[in-house]
Design a protein around this ligand. Structure first.
Ligand code: ADP
Ligand code: TRP
Length: 330
């Protein structure tokens, strides 16, 4: 079986864009691959130095994946910081990573540009963790003989860098020290839209959190921006945020039915939103319930992560031993 691996940054409770665009596809992939999904907590340290915040976000994101259906007996579910072999491999890989490669990373270049636009020092606010982020990510991936890396498009460059670094090691020692991973786009062919009709994103503040209460969910759905057409007018489902969300939550016959009502006219936005709310709530309610149960027993979440991390360490240790021999450090 092929190995699929992805890192989950602990950045608070996911929104439904993250659910449909990242969590659900990764869980689907775990049906056909041996999946290794981990909480990338050391990646979060570059920007967050509050221990309580790190702990809280780690629990929340782990609970979100478990509530979404991740089965820790089928998926190797672990915490990066509990697999210290990652950091030994990082040190090894650093010796094979040209500095210039890091200079070309999109995320780093974006910071340089925003600093220069606002007249600050080019490297203002850039720590070495952030600068070498792609190498740590390469270590995460290469440690586990990964075939596929399900990620959003913004992470493709990082996976390609992992391939470059792996090839350099393989070439140097004349053998296949590492498998070459392949990124797989998890993003929906259609990006999920937020309340204001732009892409749903934390940075736009237009999100619907996955575990909003029923009341909050209804309130958010009612806030979705629509045009000012009257009840009588026929409406275009293709350009409507409400309909685009409905598509992701309703059954095919329900979608057709609502489409017909849009085109026929005589339906107000309040009605369309009510339909959307009901379809979303039907899908999200069981997840919300599982999430609250999990968060009420955080020790269970921690136990899952500790057990997974113990198994991950065994696999990682084998790989590190193999590599130490190759580089002459056995
Ligand atoms: P945000 O834009 O809210 O900060 P992230 O960049 O942290 O979200 O995205 C995490 C994952 O969720 C990525 O794999 C990304 O592809 C997916 N994702 C985020 N927003 C959406 C969206 N609106 N539609 C589909 N997928 C999304
Ligand atoms: N950088 C990824 C993100 O921002 C998270 C991540 C860390 C990751 N390590 C990884 C993803 C390894 C895939 C494989 O979303």
């Amino acid at each position: 079986m092929k190995i699929a691996l992805t890192g989950i940054k602990p950045t608070g409770i996911p929104h439904i864009g993250n659910y449909l665009g990242a969590i659900k596809p990764a869980l689907e992939l775990s049906q056909t691959c041996e999946a290794r999904y981990f909480i990338a907590d050391y990646h979060a340290l570059n920007s967050c130095k509050d221990p309580a915040e790190i702990r809280r976000m780690t629990l929340e994101i782990a609970a979100a994946w478990l509530a979404s259906g991740l089965d820790p007996s089928k998926v190797l579910f672990y915490k990066q910081s509990l697999v210290p072999q990652t950091f030994e491999l990082l040190t090894l890989l650093l010796a094979f990573t040209p500095k210039g490669l890091m200079n070309r990373a999109h995320a780093y270049k974006a910071i340089l540009q925003s600093n220069s636009e606002s007249g600050r020092d080019p490297d203002d606010g850039v720590n070495m963790g952030l600068y070498t982020y792609p190498v740590l990510m390469a270590a995460d991936i290469l440690l586990f003989d990964t075939d596929f890396v399900p990620v959003g498009n913004d992470q493709f460059q990082h996976v390609e860098m992992a391939v470059d670094i792996a090839q350099s090691v393989n070439f140097t020692y004349g053998r296949d020290c590492f498998k070459l991973p392949q990124p797989i786009a998890t993003e929906h062919s259609k990006t999920l839209l937020g309340l204001d009709g732009r892409k749903m994103s934390k940075s736009y503040g237009n999100t619907i959190p996955m575990f909003a209460t029923e009341k909050e969910l209804r309130k958010l759905v009612m806030r979705i921006i629509t045009n000012s057409q009257s009840v009588e007018e026929p409406k275009d489902p293709e350009t409507c945020t409400v309909f685009s969300l409905y598509r992701n939550f309703a059954e095919p016959d329900q979608i057709q039915e609502l489409r017909d009502r849009y085109l026929a006219g005589g339906m107000g936005w309040g009605h369309a939103k009510q339909e959307l709310f009901e379809a979303m709530n039907a899908q999200l309610a069981p997840l919300r319930e599982r999430y609250s149960e999990l968060m009420a027993h955080p020790q269970d979440i921690t136990r899952h992560l500790e057990e997974g991390s113990a198994r991950a360490r065994e696999l990682a240790e084998r790989k590190i031993k193999f590599l130490r021999e190759i580089i002459g450090m056995d």
